[in-house]
Write a protein that binds this ligand. Structure first.
Ligand SMILES: *[C@@H]1O[C@H](CO)[C@@H](O)[C@H](O)[C@H]1NC(C)=O
Ligand SMILES: *[C@@H]1O[C@H](CO)[C@@H](O)[C@H](O)[C@H]1NC(C)=O
Ligand SMILES: *[C@@H]1O[C@H](CO)[C@@H](O)[C@H](O)[C@H]1NC(C)=O
Ligand SMILES: *[C@@H]1O[C@H](CO)[C@@H](O)[C@H](O)[C@H]1NC(C)=O
Length: 388
């Protein structure tokens, strides 16, 4: 009887230990995963054999759906507590001034003054960006059809107030185009916006005098960037990004953030779109060049394989959406699209739905705290002399 009792106690202890281990293991695993699907975990494990890259510069072009990419990079970096290049407030580092390292405030300066992720608005300046990124950081940006971009920008920044003309009327008055070549409002926004964001002094080009150097500019961008994504092919762009970074596709799943409710889309005729390409002639050349390059990357990747990957990504996106979103609302920052969430305690859901400004604020607060704690420790040891 006593022997059986002991065996029973022993068996119970073993059973409980095994059960507890399983629970701990399971909790650990689901903690690690975005949505805890078996498929995801298995694939992530396979992918992890090649270390995922953590260092990336993303030149965030205006009105190119860049917020989607930025949200992906913020989620990636925040989850791992990586160091971001951030401004002291809001979401701009310079612009219209070109980026330089002194724009990073002291509170947000890392110890060795290099960073993992740079994904906030700025105006490109290769040398200065290179100087603040960790070695071998990946450089990426995103371009959009210049006619679509201009239409969207004109509405978003209310340029009809600047020009005192509707978009259609502005298109018909080429003698007024220079208004926007010199940029407005605040000298940030105007024609050839993508080239401006990429650091080109576009005003020098508008009279066609420096036409030949647009090619030099294109070559420069081509040499300095590892990937130029195309807004019209967002999913394929994200597939290429995930491969470049050795990330599983799950890392680039997303849903739309930062889109405005009130902006109405103007339907333009083909000839109006042609005029916009002509008005934004530098951007048009840059876009055409990188679109071609993008096509050749997909050809190299394999069109069928790309379709398969895009299908997987779309599937991940809709799973993310259906597991996260209860219903959309427009209660976001500045009445942008935002969401009532089913499970706001899930990291992937919560931060996929978070708008740029409040997500930035959270990362910034976290980083200020982290850096100041480390600095405090550093200064504690400043006057320490080892007398043992
Ligand atoms: C700076 O420090 C980080 C870790 O804090 C490290 O990953 C990075 O390589 C360092 N960069 C340089 C240039 O020393
Ligand atoms: C950067 O790349 C070079 C060349 O591939 C390599 O030799 C070097 O070790 C890399 N540095 C880091 C920090 O990964
Ligand atoms: C704007 O245009 C209208 C007519 O097109 C004109 O009457 C008005 O004076 C203009 N306003 C400015 C500030 O140029
Ligand atoms: C500028 O370059 C484009 C493309 O190479 C060419 O079609 C156009 O004629 C050039 N314009 C001038 C003013 O040289």
């Amino acid at each position: 009887m006593r022997l059986w009792g002991r065996v029973l106690v022993f068996a119970t202890v073993i059973w409980c230990t095994v059960l507890a281990s399983c629970l701990i293991l399971y909790a650990h695993k689901s903690n690690d995963s975005y949505r805890g699907t078996g498929e995801r975990t298995r694939r992530a494990t396979e992918q992890n054999e090649v270390a995922e890259k953590t260092d990336i510069f993303f030149l965030k072009t205006h009105k190119c759906a860049s917020s989607t990419i930025q949200n992906i990079l913020m989620r990636f970096g925040y989850r791992r507590h990586l160091d971001f290049v951030l401004p002291l407030k809001d979401n701009y580092l310079g612009h219209p001034a070109q980026f330089n390292r002194n724009m990073i405030p002291r509170e947000l300066t890392s110890f060795n003054q290099t960073y993992n992720i740079f994904t906030h608005h700025s105006r490109y300046n290769y040398e200065e960006v290179k100087a603040v990124m960790n070695e071998n950081a990946t450089f990426v940006t995103m371009l959009r059809n210049p006619a679509s971009l201009f239409e969207s920008m004109y509405q978003y920044y209310r340029l009809e107030v600047t020009t005192n003309m509707t978009l259609q009327k502005f298109i018909k008055n080429p003698d007024k185009w220079f208004y926007l070549a010199v940029r407005s409002p605040a000298r940030k926004i105007g024609t050839n916006q993508m080239s401006f964001d990429l650091g080109l002094n576009v005003a020098e080009f508008v009279d066609g005098k420096r036409n030949d150097s647009v090619d030099d500019f294109i070559r420069k961008i081509e040499t300095e960037f590892d990937l130029v994504m195309i807004t019209e092919y967002m999913e394929a762009s994200l597939v290429l990004l995930s491969k470049l970074m050795n990330w599983p596709l799950e890392h680039v799943a997303s849903f739309k953030v930062n889109s405005r409710q009130l902006v109405r889309k103007v339907q333009l005729t083909l000839s109006e779109r042609d005029s916009l390409m002509y008005m934004n002639f530098i951007d048009a050349r840059v876009y055409k060049h990188f679109l071609k390059k993008f096509q050749s990357r997909i050809a190299d990747f394999g069109v069928e394989l790309m379709k398969e990957e895009v299908r997987k990504l779309l599937d991940l996106n809709s799973k993310l959406w259906s597991s996260c979103v209860d219903k959309p609302n427009f209660k976001g920052y500045g009445r942008t699209l935002s969401y009532d969430l089913r499970n706001p305690q899930d990291f992937g859901c919560f931060y996929s739905a978070k708008d740029e400004l409040s997500f930035t604020e959270e990362i910034r607060n976290d980083q200020v705290k982290r850096f100041s704690t480390l600095r405090k420790l550093d200064s504690l040891m400043d006057d320490y002399v080892d007398e043992r």
